[in-house]
Structure formats: structure tokens, C-alpha cells
Ligand binder design. Structure first.
Ligand code: ADP
Ligand code: ZN
Ligand code: ZN
Length: 721
């Protein structure tokens, strides 16, 4: 029978369907309400996905325990969750879990309950009770603890008075409210080019329908100021704005810039935000009070009430792709959200992804260009240093021309940057006597020496151990030698070459959170004049005194199996060289490479983006790689290598017949073991017009891995390890 006294509740667990529950007497539930329900012996928080529905035997159903007061999850957001699940072949519950990361925000916030005098007599008036009522007599609401403290009594006295009706509990807006942004707080005067671009974006916003605009301009061309105008337009409509950035670009100085522009601090959403602040932001987004959120990718899953614009800055960044759990790409899902919600999306980058450029070429996205750098700053001259001709002594990584350039730059009082995208001291530790290489006990990877911490570390599982004194294999003492450079080793070389330089090392394992903020501030102030860093330095920072960027090993990223390796290398090099000369001074970039004839390097030296893109697109088109084809990765893992391999192989027997789909594998994954689990991979490739999700569902939905075996599907993969 169909009855209104049941609800379908989606739980944040890897389940296929919503579960049916009874609605207890007196409780009124609507779609989107947050509820607590029993599940086995546990109580779980879920969301009402539907009201009513078939319940053949209501006698067996359990009842909803509690309804939360938080505003219901909007229908659009529920749709969004469903679509994300569909696209990535995930259970909706797994996606819902990302939207329920702050369960504390649902209940009446703990400190929000306060006591206030009612004017009623408490029966027997003891002296302690009298003191409490005296303090409470001013009519202000205080928490139990505050009231007890001010009256100099125990909390039980206050609670007793609540029970007797002399005090009443009232809800307080305990957390600071989000102030309204001021749309014209600190508008800069835009250049002509910026004005044109801002006009295009504003038009997209005022149209109040779905559109995607690519804001394309070199580093320092003033893109941020331009999309601020679009944000102001969306805010003027009373809607909420989400500005997405890769986690490492969410620096204090960037947040201050947003605050300076709009006169109020934006809500922040990233891994360093404290739990209580998370609660506040979650509630602010749900109530619509938080108007501007600046966040990392997971901010998409906040319960948006009135989303009016999403800006994805550094849209080309692979960091927008989540590598664990639900493998979603925040840029792509931002576009999906906009299309479901009928609002515009802006993608900004100095080095747009091929995917986005292709969408622009096809006319799906509008292409808004900013040609020149803002003000005087010119793009740096890029010069290739042919390392084949250098004959570098072992243990040294800087060619003489780069050394000279650093000396000259520091001599002028400017700052220089040395970029090497490798954390630690050395990527490999080797025994000179027996050739033994120190590997991770749980992964198929070498341990990386981190000399500052005196540890060897695995970059895949986090395993760490002290650097051994003797070779673990042959027992020889003092025969272990580091091979290859990491930023720490490069810093050692630089300290020898430039003894007077004030060196800052920027690497995610050395500087995070507050420390990183401090170093970035000190660099901007000029306390350091030589910056050595990993990709952490390549992001959006603005150091006006920086006029030289040196790239130690431009070939690193090319030596991978990643089909986007060329694009990644180009983007990284363009971003790094773009760090130089952002102020009034012209910059210079020196790029060390063993492949100076590679089309990518030549295009970089010539500043020929179109040439590079044409070359790269051609390769991708011929191989049917994205954006010209679709891809999905399948990783099969398990504790036992043979069993895992057999299971992977057995899947071949179920591969559906489809002429236009290519299934490669199974093959041992390049990273063949992680955390003690052996890994095998498939790669599925097809034309763009093939429904790859339907194909994968047909192939894999009936397959249930047993025991330690796992099967993970990665739609639009960015990792091929
Ligand atoms: P992008 O985001 O393209 O890298 P930014 O927006 O960060 O560029 O601009 C680079 C620098 O130029 C910043 O310091 C910014 O404050 C400044 N700038 C950009 N546009 C203007 C403008 N119209 N008036 C004043 N300063 C500007
Ligand atoms: Zn040895
Ligand atoms: Zn490991």
C-alpha cells in the first residue's frame, strides 16, 4: 500500500538505494529534511529523499528518531548529488557522505542554547536561586555556564530553575553572522581590455541562465579583478557565489584580496578550517547568509541555497580531481551544477586545459580573452639551457648560465626562484657496494630521503623510517648514497653557491598552514631573496621583486605515462616562468632541459602557445585521448597478488561487445603495490559520443569482489599510476 506515513531516507553509506522509515506521530517530514534514523544497532544521519512510497509491510519498518532543525537540503542540491553519483558510477550515498561532512551543523548548535528569566516564581527561593534570578533579571540570555559563573553558583542551580519554569531556554545566534558584501567597496579602475572582459562576464550573469565562460589571460593579466566584477553582479541578484581554487592557492593573501574587494571576509572552506568554523560556514551556506565562499573542491558539496555563480580559478589544475573516495573533478562538476541550476560558471586560467579550450572551440563555452599583462609588466623571456652540453659534475644541478643569472639577479637586489617539482632531499637512496635501493615495505616505490627531518619517507602511503647507518642488505657502513635531487638538496647546492642569499624553501611537507602563510608574507616583503620550491611556488603568488625563474629539470613531468604529461609540463613551466616579472620589472626564465628540440620546449621558448596546443591536440586526436575521446580507469586491488591478478583477468570474460570501445588490460599497475595491496589496471577508451557510464555499468554492475578484493572505477582519470 502507499502511505504518507513513510519516508525514503538516503544514508551517507555505500548503499544503492534509500531506505524506508516510518514517520512517528507528530513529526512532519518533507523532502530534503535531515533526520536521524536507526540502522542496525546504530543511529545514522540521513536525508529524506522522498516522502511516501511503497511499503508492503509497515509493521517491520523502524521509525525516524529525530528531525533536525537545519533548513532542508534544496532540491537542486539533491539532484546534483544524484547526477554526480550517476556520472562517476558511485552509489548516491557515497556522494551524500561528502555533503554531510559537518553533522554538528545540523543540530541546534551546542552553545546556542541560553537561559533567560521568565518572571515566574521558582517555588522555594533559596539565596543561590535568588542570585541567579537577580543576574538574569536584566533580560539578557546567557548560557547555563555563564549564568552560573556570574551568579557564583553551580550549574545545577541554573538547571533546577529551568525545570521549575523560572528560567527558559532560548536559542541564540551564537556564531558570528556573515556580513553582507559591499559590492562597490574597493573597485579598481579596470583597463580597457579588462572592462571588455568584465562586460562579457557580467552579461553572462545577468542573463540568469546556464553558460560557461573561459576567462583566458596570461598570469598577471588581471583576471582576478575581472571575475570579481562578475561576482559582484551575481551578489547584486541576491545570490550566493562560490569561488573555487586549488587548495594550495587558497593563501591568506588571496583571501585578503577578496576581503579588500568586497569589504567583508569571505567564508573559507579548505582542509585547515577549524571544526567550529566549518559548522558556521555550513550553516551560513544552508541559510543563504554566507554570500561568498572561497573554497577548495569540496565546497561544491555545501548545501547551496541560492547558487548564482561558480568561478573556478586555475581551472586547468589537476588538484581539482579528487583521488580518493568519489573520484570527481570539481571543475567538471561545477559545470554540471550550473547546468542543473541554470546559473553561469566561469573558468579562469593562464594555461587552460585542452578540455576547456576544445569546448570553447566547439562553441559550447564562450572564450573571454585578456591579452596583455596588467600595467607595465611584460611576460618573461624564456630561454632554454641545453643540459646535454653542460656535462654537470655529479651532485650538482645548476648549469653555469643559471648560476650566473642568479648572482646577477640577487646583485641587483631582486628575487630569484628555483623550481624543482620534487619534495625532500633525494628521490632514491642506493648502496654503493651492493646496489641495494631502499624501498617502502608496503608499496612498490622507493623511499625519499627528507634530510631536514632525518627520515626516509614513502610518498604513497606515508610510511617513514630513520635513515639507516648501514646498508639493510649487505650491512656495509656508510655506503648509502642519495641519488638525484629534491628541493632540499638543491637548497644545499644553492647555499654553497650563493653564501649571502637569504633562502626560503617552499615545499608542502616543510611549510603548511600558518608557517606557509608566514613565509609567503616574508617573501613578499623581501625578507628572502632566493626562493626554492616545488609546485607550491607555481601557484598564483604575486612577488613584485621576483625577476628570475629557473627551472631545474623541465623534463621531469614528461617522463610519465600520463597522456596529459605534455600539457602538464607546459602548464607548469608557463606558470613558473609567469612568476617572474609581475611587478614593474621585466622577468626572465631559464629552463634546464635535455630535450631542447622537443616541440613543447621550443614552443615555450618562443612563447608560442598556439603552436604547442596545435601539436598537443594533434597527438591527442590521433590517439583518441581526451578531449577527443573518453576514458575510464579500473583499478583492481587485493592483498594476494595471484588472487588479485586472477580476479582482474576474470573480468575480461564479461567485457560487453562494442565496436567503438577499446578495453586495454588487465596489466599490473605502474605503481603495482600500495599499502600492501597489489594493483592491476584496465583502461577503457572510446569516442566522445559513447555513453561510457552505460558501458561500464553493463560490464561491471553484476560483479561483486569478495574478501580483500576491490574494484574501483575512475571516470575521466587523471592518475595512471
Ligand atoms: P591574474 O589573476 O590574471 O594573474 P591579477 O588579477 O592577480 O592577475 O592581477 C595582477 C596584478 O595586477 C595584481 O597585483 C592586481 O592587483 C593588479 N591589477 C590588476 N588589474 C588592476 C587594475 N585594473 N587596477 C589596479 N591594479 C590591477
Ligand atoms: Zn649494500
Ligand atoms: Zn609506501
Amino acid at each position: 500500500m502507499t502511505t504518507d506515513s513513510t519516508v525514503q531516507v538516503l544514508l551517507p553509506l555505500a548503499l544503492d538505494d534509500a531506505y524506508t522509515y516510518l514517520v512517528p506521530e507528530g513529526m512532519v517530514l518533507g523532502e530534503g529534511d535531515y533526520v536521524r534514523v536507526p540502522l542496525g544497532p546504530r543511529q545514522v544521519i540521513g536525508v529524506v529523499w522522498a516522502v511516501g512510497g511503497d511499503a508492503p509491510d509497515t509493521a517491520k519498518l523502524r521509525a525516524v528518531t529525530e528531525k533536525f532543525e537545519a533548513p532542508a537540503m534544496p532540491e537542486l542540491h539533491r539532484q546534483f548529488i544524484g547526477w554526480v553519483a550517476q556520472y562517476y558510477l558511485e552509489q548516491p550515498g557515497s556522494v551524500l557522505r561528502m555533503a554531510l561532512r559537518v553533522p554538528e551543523a545540523l543540530g541546534g548548535p551546542r552553545q546556542q542554547i541560553a537561559c533567560r528569566a521568565t518572571g515566574r516564581e521558582p517555588g522555594k527561593l533559596t539565596s543561590q536561586r535568588a542570585r541567579v534570578l537577580d543576574v538574569a533579571g536584566d533580560g539578557l540570555a546567557r548560557s547555563t555556564a555563564e549564568l552560573a559563573r556570574e551568579a557564583g553558583v553551580g550549574a545545577s542551580v541554573v538547571k533546577g530553575l529551568v525545570k521549575l519554569g523560572a528560567l527558559e531556554a532560548v536559542a541564540l545566534p551564537a556564531m558570528a553572522a556573515f556580513a553582507e558584501p559591499e559590492l562597490n567597496h574597493n573597485r579598481v579602475e579596470l583597463s580597457d581590455g579588462q572592462q571588455l572582459a568584465a562586460g562579457d562576464l557580467r552579461k553572462a550573469v545577468t542573463a540568469r541562465r546556464f553558460s560557461v565562460s573561459l576567462l583566458d589571460g596570461v598570469t598577471g593579466s588581471g583576471k582576478t579583478e575581472v571575475y570579481f566584477e562578475a561576482m559582484a553582479a551575481a551578489l547584486a541578484q541576491g545570490r550566493q557565489v562560490l569561488l573555487l581554487l586549488p587548495e594550495i592557492a587558497l593563501t591568506g593573501s588571496f583571501l585578503r584580496r577578496v576581503e579588500e574587494r568586497f569589504g567583508v571576509a569571505p567564508a573559507e572552506w579548505h582542509s585547515a578550517v577549524r571544526p567550529r568554523e566549518r559548522e558556521r560556514v555550513w550553516r551560513g551556506v544552508a541559510s543563504g547568509e554566507a554570500r561568498i565562499v572561497v573554497g577548495a573542491r569540496s565546497a561544491l558539496f555545501l548545501p547551496w541555497l541560492r547558487p548564482g555563480l561558480i568561478v573556478v580559478d586555475e581551472e586547468h589544475e589537476p588538484a581539482f580531481k579528487q583521488a580518493e573516495g568519489v573520484n570527481y573533478h570539481a571543475r567538471d562538476m561545477a559545470v554540471l551544477y550550473g547546468s542543473l541550476g541554470g546559473f553561469p560558471v566561469i573558468l579562469a586560467s593562464a594555461t587552460p586545459s585542452l578540455e576547456t579550450l576544445w569546448n570553447a572551440d566547439m562553441g559550447r563555452y564562450s572564450h573571454v580573452r585578456l591579452a596583455a599583462r596588467y600595467g607595465k609588466a611584460e611576460l618573461p623571456d624564456v630561454e632554454l639551457l641545453d643540459m646535454r652540453a653542460e656535462n654537470m659534475p655529479s651532485g650538482e644541478w645548476m648549469a653555469p648560465a643559471l648560476t650566473d643569472a642568479v648572482v646577477e639577479t640577487l646583485g641587483k637586489g631582486d628575487q630569484a626562484l628555483l623550481f624543482l617539482n620534487r619534495r625532500g632531499y633525494a628521490p632514491l637512496t642506493l648502496c654503493r657496494t651492493c646496489g641495494f635501493r631502499v624501498a617502502c615495505p608496503q608499496c612498490a616505490s622507493w623511499l625519499v630521503e627528507h634530510r631536514f627531518r632525518g627520515r626516509l619517507a614513502c610518498h604513497h602511503c606515508g610510511h617513514e623510517e630513520p635513515v639507516p647507518d648501514s646498508c639493510p642488505s649487505c650491512g656495509s657502513e656508510n655506503t648509502l648514497v642519495p641519488c638525484g635531487p629534491g628541493v632540499e638538496r638543491l637548497a644545499e647546492e644553492a647555499a654553497q653557491r650563493f653564501p649571502d642569499a637569504r633562502i626560503a624553501i617552499l615545499s608542502s611537507d616543510l611549510s603548511r598552514g600558518a608557517v606557509l602563510k608566514e613565509i609567503l608574507r616574508d617573501i613578499a616583503r623581501g625578507d628572502y631573496n632566493l626562493i626554492i620550491g616545488t609546485q607550491l611556488v607555481a601557484k598564483g603568488h604575486h612577488f613584485p621583486q621576483l625577476t628570475l625563474a629557473g627551472v631545474i629539470d623541465a623534463d621531469l613531468a614528461l617522463e610519465t605515462t600520463d597522456p596529459r604529461a605534455g600539457e602538464r609540463t607546459w602548464q607548469m613551466l608557463a606558470q613558473v616562468s609567469g612568476r617572474a616579472g609581475r611587478g614593474d620589472k621585466t622577468g626572465r626564465a631559464l629552463v634546464q632541459t635535455y630535450m631542447p628540440d622537443h616541440p613543447l620546449m621550443r614552443a615555450l621558448a618562443d612563447g608560442d602557445r598556439d603552436g604547442f596546443l596545435a601539436h598537443e591536440s594533434d597527438i591527442r586526436k590521433r590517439a583518441m585521448l581526451p578531449p577527443f575521446g573518453r576514458m575510464a580507469g579500473i583499478v583492481i586491488s587485493g592483498a594476494d597478488r595471484d588472487e588479485t591478478g586472477r580476479f582482474a583477468q576474470s573480468l575480461l570474460g564479461f567485457v560487453p561487445d562494442a565496436r567503438d570501445v577499446q578495453v586495454l588490460g588487465p596489466a599490473p599497475a605502474p605503481l603495482s603495490m600500495v599499502r600492501g595491496r597489489h594493483r592491476f589496471r584496465y583502461l577503457v577508451m572510446c569516442a566522445r559520443d559513447v555513453d561510457i557510464q552505460a558501458y561500464l555499468r553493463q560490464w561491471l554492475s553484476g560483479i561483486k569482489p569478495r574478501g580483500s578484493l576491490r574494484l574501483a572505477i575512475d571516470v575521466d582519470p587523471y592518475s595512471f599510476l
